[in-house]
Design a protein around this ligand. Structure first.
Ligand code: KIV
Length: 276
């Protein structure tokens, strides 16, 4: 099966077919997400929270993102791989932003990048697009703005911020992004943005009317240690199952019941006897 492209994603909106996206950060999980037929794998900077143990995404570096993107690309054949641009990788200068986006494509092997922000990021968005790098926009509760927002707060609940989100989506679309993540936005507002947009919207905590949905894989599989936001549905509860397996392993090693004969290699008796 050919890899999903930006054209596939745009076509899905035209045909009114829902788009599926999940995060993955390593080879093994990417293999499974790809096998499930998910359209897009996001190597999110949420790697900072869920894999590297940081409090938020702000400490994630370009090198972290390249490293994890390479692993995910090796694990996927069908899904489009989108790599997140981490905090400060596109804020300092346009030149640096283009170089960093290029690293995620050239060194990481991603097919597209995602970056947070609307109107204020347009010059950077345009420069990256000019370098032929497809972009997924990301507006609403953008986690890299956590300190600016004063916490992880739903965005667009009042007239001013709702209007800003509508304007940001329009500007990103006009600039040429091929889809837009809407995070932490009231469902009815996300529905309006989606209906007005010609590019697909992908929601996370933005209701059912977006053109697609994305979740952090650790959250939806139940292997997240921290706070679980309201918008997450646990499609599996793997944390307890993993814990039980680990405890069983510990007991069996301590009791001497693992490894059993079926897990052990043999050697002929006459070879063994001639050793000493
Ligand atoms: O980093 C991430 O996982 C994301 C999603 C929450 C959209 O940006």
């Amino acid at each position: 099966m050919a890899r999903v492209t930006t054209a596939t994603i745009r076509d899905k909106k035209a045909k009114n077919e829902k788009i599926t996206m999940l995060t993955a950060y390593d080879y093994g999980m990417a293999v499974l997400v790809d096998q499930a037929g998910i359209d897009m794998i996001l190597v999110g900077d949420s790697v900072g929270n869920v894999q590297l143990g940081y409090e938020n995404t702000l400490a994630v570096t370009m090198d972290d993102m390249v490293h994890h993107t390479r692993a995910v690309v090796r694990g996927s054949k069908h899904a489009m791989v989108v790599a997140d641009m981490p905090f400060l990788s596109y804020h300092i200068s346009i030149e640096e932003a283009v170089r960093n986006a290029g690293r995620l494509i050239q060194e990481g092997g991603a097919q597209a990048v995602k970056l947070e922000g609307g109107e204020e990021r347009l010059p950077v968005v345009q420069a990256i697009l000019n370098a032929e790098i497809p972009i997924v926009g990301h507006i609403g509760l953008t986690p890299q703005s956590v300190n600016q927002f004063g916490g992880f707060k739903v965005q667009g609940k009042d007239l001013e911020t709702a209007r800003k989100l509508i304007r940001d989506a329009k500007l990103l679309e006009e600039a040429g992004v091929f889809s837009i993540v809407l995070e932490g936005v009231p469902g009815p507002l996300a529905a309006k943005i989606t209906a007005a947009a010609t590019v697909p919207t992908i929601g996370i905590g933005a209701g059912k009317d977006c053109d697609g949905q994305v979740l952090v894989i650790n959250d939806m599989l139940g292997i997240n240690q921290g706070h679980i936001p309201k918008f997450v549905k646990r499609f599996a509860d793997l944390g307890p199952a993993i814990l039980e397996a680990l405890r069983d392993y510990k007991s069996e090693v301590e009791e001497g019941t693992f490894p059993g004969p079926e897990h052990s290699y043999t050697i002929k008796d006459d070879v063994l006897e001639r050793l000493y």
